[in-house]
Write a protein that binds this ligand. Sequence first.
Ligand SMILES: Nc1nc2c(ncn2[C@@H]2O[C@H](COP(=O)(O)OP(=O)(O)OP(=O)(O)O)[C@@H](O)[C@H]2O)c(=O)[nH]1
Ligand SMILES: [Mg+2]
Length: 239
Amino acid sequence: MVIATYDERPNVERLLPALLKLHDRLRIVVVDDNSPDGTADAAEEIGHSWPDRVEVVRRPRKLGYGSAILAGLTRALELDPEPDCVVTMDADFSHDPQAVPQLLAGLEQYDLVIGSRYVGGIRILNWSLSRLLLSVWANRYVGTILRFGIGDCTSGFRAYRTELLRRIEFDRAGSNGYACLVEILEMATHAGVRVLEVPIVYEDRQHGRSKMDRSVIFEAAWKPWVLLLRRLRGKASDS
Ligand SMILES: Nc1nc2c(ncn2[C@@H]2O[C@H](COP(=O)(O)OP(=O)(O)OP(=O)(O)O)[C@@H](O)[C@H]2O)c(=O)[nH]1
Ligand SMILES: [Mg+2]
């Protein structure tokens, strides 16, 4: 498991034990950006009760969700023994830990499984209308430009086969924010991987504050165009 955290102490204190109880081989990499509320210390403390199962990557300052996920995936692939698969999820319970087994089950036949808020209808609880519209619109925007044929391109609740992550060299992704998820999806679809969307219920956070900011939205707006250009250039140089 890879979990990016910034000021998520009350959530992490409940989430990590809930995940660790799911399976005794499950290990967690928390990537924390020096959260002022001591999230990293709380995660390490929990790790003491679950030896060798929690690793905390401490970064000096807030460097962005996307780069935290990339750092977490890099660390997860260095674990010994190497995991067969890696799940990424948010710390704030918007992604239900009980849905993790369902995502993992999908990996038996697919290389990437996405916990999708939008496949077969919208399943989001307690979001304001403006937040919902922004997310629905952002997904449509990405889908229209890059035509993945995937309902939820910006979901951070994903299960990847390790082999896929190695094959696509995921660490070439350069986005700091949520655009990183779109970038990884572009690399994966370019590599012709099998993607499954599993419907999930997404619930708004009950503790803590959102970390969404303007720079993240700005990056999410221009990045799909850069990816499209790269794709077209790649096709031109192939032919
Ligand atoms: N390490 C790190 N984690 C981050 C950063 N920004 C967000 N996160 C974490 O990434 C996950 C998703 O961020 P959220 O703030 O929940 O983003 P969101 O779900 O779009 O916003 P909400 O609707 O308010 O929940 C959470 O676990 C955050 O703590 C960051 O800059 N660094
Ligand atoms: Mg959230």
